[in-house]
Write a protein that binds this ligand. Structure first.
Ligand code: HXC
Length: 516
């Protein structure tokens, strides 16, 4: 039977549209070592699951002769598909059409799927590779960006939003990914900045490379904008898939349950000896985390930024938990500006998306000094305090070693409404460390004695005996139990079961006023 002309026409239009900016531009994209928008989507979603919308949309601009050059789809591929059988909405910017730059109609395409993702309670994934606002469209392009930003904000805390940066992302365009919950940057091809190196040179006479100004390593280690760095685009897609496996599709659902063969009552014997005899010696908190979680699998978020605190996802008996843990390997696990901000945002994501929090605490306090004070450690430390206090998901703390000063209060203490607080026998809970404390309260006594050194050392021992253990806090009921480290996994799983139906609320209000 002969195929009707209308269908032949449709097929040929579709074939042409699918090529975006055409074969030459696709070849150029490949020559740069980059995939096309469609190839990226194919890598991301389950085979044959992608439903594309607005393939035939074209721009409506008539400035600078633009009406003569139109491409079906107008530089962005939008639609929905499944990842491990869960529905997600996706937009992928197509650099082969006007450098992936954003026009009015392009923005409308993105807004359409953002609205659909929000209405249907599905994650939104943006694959970014764009020269920014389409210059020929002027304020229409800016309006388009602002419409996207507004939707990013409305969707925040309702559906997870994930951005992969796989090429340029410059100017105000960076603010859409910045609002999303997770940013993944490709180590080879991506950059993000508000103004590029040329403007920096003109305005400030500063010479800087694109990589140093806005590359993946900079954003993952210095600015904290990027939560993950991928080796290549394939790995970026794998990170998205892995991340999604830990989080729910919207704020009304629980995270996916993943059946595990890791026994609930597995003893973690290695934890009984992991803490060094000398309290000033470090150990790797990641070893503790991997020992506790199902199959030792932990997805660390923001691994290169503020390494004195570890955040990320693991599972206990198949259920996702968000872990916040001080890392004694870096800066002795102290809380500073960056660590406070990093952990606070993570706590708020977990709370918004019903992910219980497990805190592993070994913190000598807040980092002192002018650098910290001038950069707002008061305001930033308060963010973490605020985030824990406000969170109503199940909250469990295990004090592993040090829990000193304000940091004790902040790190999900009983008084911040932690549901359960456990301590290892190595826990030390006090206003400050023994040496510092004795210097403050016994310095005069020591100076007035014949042997100040001896007095200080005796007092230090006395202080250590009193506070460098968890029993003092346990006697007051501030911790619920002192547990053997090897039993921590079992006790945490039990705790999660006890708290599985937790219902808690905070006073009704328009919104709080977190110290931003
Ligand atoms: C229109 C654009 C464009 C743009 C690139 N193109 N960016 N067209 N508007 N913003 C076009 C180019 O003219 C070119 O078309 C094609 O895309 C490929 O670009 P190239 O420059 O050849 O590619 P490359 O050498 O890889 O460089 C990529 C780039 C560069 C670094 C992104 O194109 C660039 O600097 N573009 C401008 C970036 C920019 O300043 N954008 C505005 C940012 S401000 P032809 O046909 O010649 O091949 C902004 C404000 C947003 O976005 C505010 C939101 C609130």
């Amino acid at each position: 039977m002969e195929i009707p002309k209308s269908i032949v026409d449709l097929r040929s239009r579709r074939d042409e549209a699918i090529l975006g900016g055409g074969e030459k531009r696709i070849a150029e994209q490949h020559d740069k070592g980059k995939l096309t928008a469609r190839e990226r989507i194919e890598l991301l979603v389950d085979p044959d699951s992608f439903e594309e919308f607005d393939l035939f949309v074209t721009h409506q601009c008539t400035n600078f002769g633009m009406e003569k050059t139109k491409y079906s789809g107008d530089g962005v591929v939008t639609g929905c598909g499944t990842i491990n059988e869960r529905l997600v909405y996706i937009f992928a910017q197509d650099f082969t059409v006007f450098g992936g730059s954003l026009s009015k109609t392009y923005a409308e395409k993105i807004c359409k799927i953002m609205d659909m993702a929000l209405k249907n309670g599905c994650p939104l994934i943006g694959l970014n590779d764009s020269g920014g606002a389409r210059i020929q469209e002027g304020v229409d392009a800016l309006a388009g960006y602002a419409e996207i930003f507004w939707r990013n904000v409305m969707a925040s805390g309702v559906i997870p939003q994930i951005s992969a940066i796989l090429g340029p992302c410059a100017g105000g365009a960076v603010y859409s990914p910045a609002i999303t919950d997770f940013v993944i940057m490709d180590s080879k091809q991506s950059y993000m900045f508000v103004t590029g190196p040329k403007v920096v040179k003109t305005v400030l006479n500063e010479t800087v490379t694109t990589e140093d100004l806005g590359g993946a390593m900079m954003h993952s280690s210095k600015s904290g904008v990027a939560h993950f760095v991928s080796e290549d685009e394939e790995e970026a897609m794998l990170i998205i898939k892995k991340l999604l496996s830990y989080i729910p599709s919207n704020n009304m659902q629980d995270a996916p349950y993943i059946l595990t063969s890791d026994p609930v009552d597995r003893f973690c014997d290695e934890l009984n000896t992991i803490i060094p005899e000398n309290p000033n010696k470090p150990y790797d908190m990641l070893d503790v985390i991997r020992s506790l979680v199902d199959e030792g699998e932990f997805l660390e978020v923001s691994r290169n930024y503020a390494q004195n605190i570890v955040i990320g996802y693991g599972r206990l008996n198949g259920h996702t938990i968000g872990i916040v843990a001080n890392q004694p390997k870096f800066l002795a696990g102290v809380l500073d500006n960056d660590a406070s901000i990093k952990a606070a945002r993570f706590v708020r994501f977990c709370d918004a998306f019903n992910i219980p929090l497990v805190v592993l605490e070994d913190v000598p306090g807040f980092l002192p000094g002018t650098n910290q004070e001038h950069n707002g450690i008061i305001r930033n430390g308060a963010k973490l305090l605020y985030a824990f206090a406000e969170a109503t998901v199940p909250k469990i703390t295990v004090i592993i070693r040090k829990a000193y000063g304000g940091a004790y209060c902040v790190m999900n203490s009983r008084h911040m409404r932690a549901d359960l607080v456990y301590a290892w026998p190595t826990a030390e809970i006090a206003v400050m460390g023994p040496k510092g404390a004795v210097e403050v309260i016994f310095r005069k006594d020591a100076m007035n004695s014949d042997n100040p050194k001896k007095v200080l050392s005796e007092k230090e021992q006395e202080y250590r005996d009193k506070f460098a253990n968890p029993f003092n806090a346990a006697e007051k009921g501030y911790i619920d139990d002192i547990i053997e480290p090897a039993r921590t996994r079992f006790r945490l799983i039990r705790a999660m079961e006890m708290l599985a139906n937790k219902k808690d609320t905070i006073p009704p209000r328009k919104h709080g006023n977190i110290p931003l």
